[in-house]
Design a protein around this ligand. Sequence first.
Ligand SMILES: *Cc1c(COP(=O)(O)O)cnc(C)c1O
Length: 393
Amino acid sequence: MSSEKLRFDSKLIHSGGFEDALGSATTPIYQSSTFKFKSADHGAQCFSGESDGYIYTRISNPTIRELENTVADLENGFGGIATSSGMGAINTMYMAYLEQGAHIISHEAVYGPARVVLENFWTKFGVECTFLDTADLNAVKAALQPNTRLLYTETPANPTIGISDLKALADIAHNAGIPLVVDNTFCSPYLQKPLDLGADVVLHSMTKFINGHADIVAGMLVAKKEEDYNKLRTVMVNLGCNMDPLQAFQTRRGLKTLAIRIDRAQENAIKIAEYLEQHPKIEWVKYPGLKSHPQYDLAQQQMSGPGAMMSFEVKGGIGSGKILMDNVKLALLAVSLGGIETLIQHPASMTHSKMTSESKKIAGITDGLVRLAVGIENVEDIINDLDQALAKV
Ligand SMILES: *Cc1c(COP(=O)(O)O)cnc(C)c1O
């Protein structure tokens, strides 16, 4: 059955279009670096593109292609390009769109290393970067320059959970003749489809929700148009930040349960956000599913659910936040997100510690901000855990 006719949660299981000659129910792990040609002519046809036979795993591999086809189908894109990590996807994308003397506009709270690469490496080639809150559309418009080549954002933003209006950003980018690229890691295509909202490229750290089991590091780019797809694939193949077949197999397996995992984590997250919001030791909670979120209405329009990521401020600043983190027993004190287990972390001293205190302040990353990635445990157990740890604050 053509997966076009299937609904999203069925596509998770059946998309990818792989038919194994032996009737295998899952796509086998083609753990081979290279592939035999049937003849010299066939080899020539594979290289010229006349035949879509496999050549070499850095270029393409059946296990990896099945995953690429699946994620591209879920994001409603032309094609997917799997990478060794989320950063592999981000760096492939930078290399495809930036050039000497180019200017990029990016979210000020974009994933830390994605900013480090721009500020420390691309500036060596004369690339200028403007970091701002892409939720502020006037600021984005005002930052456009004749040499702006790329608008790159992440929504909800990490760890501030700010929401940027993707339709409006796509219009701004296209009026300026540049692409909009969106990091969709926090939502996955189950909750948000940036290409449908006008973005040109969507990227993922599949380490997070897509694989979902905290046992793989992996990335993916999906382009809406063939032209962007070809450009990105050429860069990935030549830079060599390709995925491995075993990594593709494990990621494809994790992806099958994406919808039921997110449904459960989100159901938990809504209850936890409500619990935290009424707690006397909590200053504020930022979660797209709470009416108190400043962009609640936009989140309702743009996302099909509020997700499982939230941040909150414990009263008493950094000291109180540390007491909370040192006393949780069920939640793991760890970075990352999107897995089956609940994770808690402190961005100011962990993921965002390399930012200057000035840029942390501008990006809204306060010293007491705690980020919670809600898992699929029983919600009573998660709330009891937070409750006993907060009692010690
Ligand atoms: C983790 C993460 C990345 C980087 O992905 P890796 O797989 O760790 O390389 C990029 N963007 C977001 C939003 C992330 O959470």
